[in-house]
Design a protein around this ligand. Sequence first.
Ligand code: NOJ
Ligand code: CA
Length: 544
Amino acid sequence: MPQTVPWWKRAVIYQVYPRSFLDSNGDGVGDLQGVISKLDYLKSLGVDALWLSPVYLSPNKDFGYDVADYQAINPEFGTLDDMKQLINEAKIRGIRLIIDLVVNHTSDQHEWFQKARDPTSPYRDYYIWRKGKVSLTGREKPPNNWTSFFTGPAWEKDAASDEYYLHLFTKHQPDLNYDNPAVFEEVKKIINFWLDLGVSGFRCDVINIIHKDSLEDGLKRPAAGGQEYYTSTPATHAILKRLHDEIFAPRNAFTVGEAAFVTLDQAIDFTEGDELDTVFSFDHVEHDLTPRLRVNHLLQELVRWQRKLPWNTIFLENHDQPRSVSTYGDENKHPTESAKALAMLLLTLRGTPFIYQGQEIGMVNTPLDDISQAKDPVTHTTYRRARRALFPKRKALKIAMAVGRDAARTPVQWSSAIHAGFSSGTPWMPVHPNYAHTNVELQERDPGSVLSFYKALIALRKKHPVLTNGNISFSSVHKHLIVYTRTLGIETATVIVSLSIRRRPVPKNMTPDDKLLLATHHEELRSDTILQPYEARVYLTKGQ
Ligand code: NOJ
Ligand code: CA
């Protein structure tokens, strides 16, 4: 592949959610030394970069996505020296570090917000304050009807001044005011600070909603939630363009923008307009469908984006999503096969793939026994609402777990030792009971494991540039079966993935003399005419 192709188009990126990665000191919480101690493992997996979820100082109302100081490390995770060591040790192994940039909002414990509570402070205007609205009956209501992503009004009244501040997430996460040029300058300082320390880029948290338009219009024309006033607005595009031109591009920093409700056309604008390198979009994973329909939705949406957006990010999991084997695979009858088939999809579509920790061993959703084990504020709010609606405890927990984000945030299963080798103390979240047979140590020794399959797929991408840089074309997308080809020069890779629980005929357009590069199923189970449940294969043809 020509060297002009940027590194992130050749890379496989691995997301570390540090609280649940590995605990080095027995306090039950994963930490930076834990990550450092597994760099050789990550190298052996073959990943090129890590996206590290937030490790900033934080009161953990949203587990790090509420930042109290952008230049300090949460002591639970370690120190700034540990962070420097991580960057350095990763670099020695040829692994880059991308960190989360969470600048739609801060924590209410951030010094800026503490000062901003005083209406005369220069920091007041760092946030979005409005007076309440008095209704005809004389009752005071929030300034407009916008709602928080985490349910309830997006406004909280601050007793200190009798005004409301905007918070699109929890009330402990006040939104920053990008109409104030000082906020933009602060953000640049944060970015420079981390680039100076050697990070290679940023995963920009909910970056397409940073500028809020028409707060007053929202009053006159109440709209559901208020999304239309703050999603991918022209002002946000302008801010991102300035950040790109003034800092990201000159400093050669990679950006992946998490983009809420982003449409395909908006994603094209963000990436082709030189604002962000890539975006995380959600059409493929956002649905409220029965298990039978989910897989087809996933495939149809992936294909729609693949066909039109020149460069995608590809992900099936992250710390906000359920485990993919539980959602699109069969965790009971075919856990290994379905994890492998999903891996084939993840690592052979066109774009930059992101693996979420534990996905490489096929971890599945962790069930909780009781609401007291849940940590995510979203799980708790949903549970309370369900209980208020008189759902019995079990049912309320089920509803809350489906909406909340706890199921995929449990500790990485390293071994069959106590607490899956994650911690010598009591883990902050329960470990999935399947750890005795689903863990890294066992899978490292098993050539047929999900982990070995991930390693093989990543190695294949490195060996055959057609799998990274090749064009993509879809031959067939039918219910649970997808066939596509990647082409580069004289090479063509053909990929067949079945996400069906049934056996399926092998699509006709396969030529039998294509060279099989890798398959989910062992030779004895493979046939020229029939695909086993969750069977996936990749072939290579060299033309004249
Ligand atoms: C997206 C993050 O991924 C999620 O975990 C967080 O709760 C919200 N943004 C708010 O920062
Ligand atoms: Ca620890």
